[in-house]
Design a protein around this ligand. Structure first.
Ligand code: GDP
Ligand code: MN
Length: 380
């Protein structure tokens, strides 16, 4: 889950990283009110979770109430890279003399946290990475050992930092790593970490994405993840404990494994269009499959449903009971084809057939999908 800038700024502040004075507003009136406390000039920042927000018009400077009113009026209700602006962060304008880049993320190759720093912070960090990669330094961290000031100083010396800036930047890095480890970060980033005219450091931007799988063990009070999922079907999927991705086709899909699901989606996609990707994981029960049916059937204008489940650790014969119970209770009329192999397969087939499901006993998913195509076409 990616947090909004104002939420991340609150986290950074809580570990002692300096952030600009700010308020979150939703209307020009609220912006004007906030400005009375913050003072001019100030910065208006659209709270949208997109990269390159500044370059896309999501960061504006207002020097007086008149300008603030106009700019905030334009920003509320507008879209930045297709994302509607609901909230605006109004911040004091920092007097920036230099822009650094600092981040901690997970290095996919080694699976370890990596601390990254550059003296070329600001909106063009991607360009720096391409053209002058030597200006970006990084170091891997042993998560058991942690990340200490001496390691931060050693890293920052490679950028040529010294004296006060070296010490204060090392201090920020150590605190940033603390956020990363305590909040199970996928990425934490400050770009720019501004060097102010008085020599202090200030986090002028704040990026924080936490690992959804770790949400339960994060002690810091975070926003409710479920409320962050815009699509109601995906929210429901998350609530019942399955992976659900909503798509724009009209063939429902239930699978008991991500690989099986993706292969099914590809094969369905050759002739028809999948309406969703639903993967149950290893926890199939009668109840879960009943809920999966309930979820899938919420999708409007479905033309057919494909169930591709494998009985390894999953008791598919239990799951089949849930599917059939749903069909009988709700009188489902669209064609349903199932491929169900593995433990208790015969019992599973029998149950599914008792609910009018077309069972394919062949191992090839292609055959099952071909049958579905026939049935869907015959049904229309
Ligand atoms: P991003 O485009 O989403 O990364 O948005 P940022 O919050 O990083 O802002 C983009 C750029 O606007 C920064 O790199 C700064 O150069 C500039 N900016 C943002 N806030 C301030 C500020 O308070 N003072 C000054 N001088 N520049 C700012
Ligand atoms: Mn930024």
């Amino acid at each position: 889950m990616r947090l909004h800038e104002y939420e991340a700024a609150r986290v950074f502040e809580s570990v002692g990283i300096k952030v600009p004075k700010h308020k979150v507003v939703q209307t020009p009136e609220e912006a004007l009110e906030a400005a009375e406390e913050i003072g001019y000039p100030l910065v208006l920042k659209a709270q949208v979770l997109v990269g390159g927000r500044g370059l896309a018009g999501g960061v504006k400077i207002a020097s007086d109430p008149e300008e603030l009113k106009t700019l905030s009026g334009k920003m509320t209700g507008s879209e930045i890279k297709g994302v509607p602006v609901d909230k605006i962060m109004v911040t004091e304008k920092a007097n920036i003399s230099d822009e650094l880049y600092v981040a901690v993320t997970v290095d996919g190759y080694s699976g370890r946290p990596v601390v990254i720093a550059s003296t070329e912070g600001g909106v063009n960090i991607e360009e720096t990475a391409r053209k002058t990669p030597e200006k970006i330094v990084s170091v891997h961290v042993d998560p058991q050992f942690g990340f200490y000031p001496f390691q931060a100083r050693r890293l920052l010396r490679r950028l040529g930092l010294s004296e006060r800036l070296l010490l204060s930047c090392a201090d920020v890095l150590v605190r940033l790593y603390k956020v990363f480890s305590q909040l199970e970060g996928i990425i934490v980033e400050i770009n720019p970490l501004a060097v102010l005219e008085n020599g202090d450091l200030c986090a002028v931007d704040a990026v924080l994405e936490v690992d959804n799988s770790a949400l339960k063990r994060i002690e810091y009070p975070l926003p409710n993840f479920l409320e962050r999922i815009d699509n109601p079907l995906e929210r429901r999927g998350r609530r019942i404990g399955v992976t659900y991705v909503d798509l724009d086709g009209d063939i429902g899909l239930i699978s008991s494994g991500a690989g099986l699901g993706m292969a099914s989606m590809d094969i369905i996609g050759q002739k028809l269009r999948p309406a969703n990707f639903l993967e149950t994981g290893g926890g199939i029960t009668e109840e879960l499959l009943y809920k999966c049916m309930e979820l899938i059937m919420r999708k409007e204008k479905l033309r057919g449903l494909f169930i591709n489940i494998y009985g390894g650790i999953n008791p598919i014969h239990e799951g089949a009971k849930g599917v059939v119970r749903y069909i009988k209770e709700h009188g489902v009329t669209i064609p349903i084809v199932a491929k169900a192999l593995g433990n208790h397969q015969e019992e599973t087939w029998e149950t599914l057939e008792s609910g009018g499901v077309h069972v394919i006993t062949d191992v090839a998913t292609e055959k099952a999908v071909a049958r579905l195509v026939e049935l869907v076409e015959a049904n229309e």
